[in-house]
Design a protein. Structure first.
Length: 278
DNA sequence: ACGAGCGCCTGTCGGC
DNA sequence: TGCCGACAGGCGCTCG
């Protein structure tokens, strides 16, 4: 579940805790101490070595929870613990005595009988424990909601690239946080073809694209993200899709069947009428 | 500088 | 039923 709105949803849950359904209730992380760590799949930990990780993280406490692009950042007493969920990662706060679900890859034992678990079916997710988060997030492009990212700035960013819009928007060093779903949805809202060359987009359409990116991400966050397949956390943005996974279905705007093509090895969905080429 | 291909993993689904 | 390929919300690495 790992695009910006899903990571934001998970970060909010860890930051604020949850009291609602009793079986999912858990405390907020900030303030809680980490007693010990256990790695169940070694490659989940990008850095440091497991031995150093265990000794360094024990005794630290969570201070704050943040997000940068698709990275979730947990600021600890001394270091920053960073997660990237990739395709199937998830973070859960559970009772220590609860049975261990399949696919748990990293477990932090917390004070008060709780544990933070990183669950990741496909094992693509990664964790880092670093003193400076820039070591991990340093190459990311701007945050989509950054006030510094004005329409003229975004237009200039597009002008500097001749790449196709779809792969460019997926490039995290260009803009941080978009993935396959929200890119397709944003391009549809902006009426832009995914193969369109970035430097061919005029200023007014660049502004519309930035607005579409922000509105689709905002809608995703308001719906607590999208829940697809086996990964379900209560989000329901999947019911709001206009193009993603709607191949052959009528466009909600004009009725034309939605097309699916492969661009940069990623399934890409668009309306050939609302998003004309050139 | 860029795109294509592949590796990393597990699971589901549709077709035969 | 069983097998097999395609596909999946990501990204880093090669190689042209």
């Amino acid at each position: 579940m790992p695009e910006l709105p899903e990571v934001e949803t998970i970060a909010n849950g860890l930051r604020l805790g949850c009291s609602a359904p009793a079986e999912a209730a858990h405390p907020a992380l900030p303030g809680l101490h980490i007693l010990s760590a256990r790695l169940l799949w070694e490659r989940t930990l990008a850095t440091p070595t497991p031995a150093e990780f265990y000794t360094r993280i024990a005794g630290q406490a969570f201070e704050s929870i943040g997000r940068r692009g698709k990275f979730l950042l947990a600021r600890l007493t001394q270091d920053t613990l960073i997660f990237h969920l990739r395709m199937s990662g998830d973070l859960l706060v559970e009772r220590l005595e609860a049975p261990m679900a399949p696919h748990h890859r990293l477990v932090l034992e917390l004070e008060g009988g709780w544990r933070l678990t990183f669950n990741d079916t496909r094992k693509f997710g990664r964790a880092w424990l670093v003193s400076d988060p820039e070591q991990v997030t340093g190459k990311l492009g701007p945050e989509p909601f950054s006030p510094a990212l004005s329409a003229p700035v975004f237009y200039q960013m597009l002008q500097r690239s001749r790449r196709q819009l779809k792969p460019l928007l997926l490039d995290q060093s260009f803009l941080a946080g978009l993935g396959n779903i929200y890119t397709d949805e944003a391009l549809h809202r902006a009426g832009l073809h995914p193969l369109r060359a970035a430097d061919s987009v005029p200023a007014d359409q660049a502004e519309a694209l930035l607005g579409a990116i922000r509105s689709v991400l905002q809608a995703g966050i308001q719906h607590h993200g999208a829940s697809i397949d086996w990964v379900y956390r209560g989000g329901d943005f999947q019911n709001q899709f206009y193009v993603y996974q709607r191949t052959g279905a009528p466009c909600k705007t004009c009725g034309t069947p939605i097309c699916r093509v492969v661009i940069g090895q990623r399934g890409t969905h668009f309306c050939p009428h609302c998003q004309p080429e050139g």
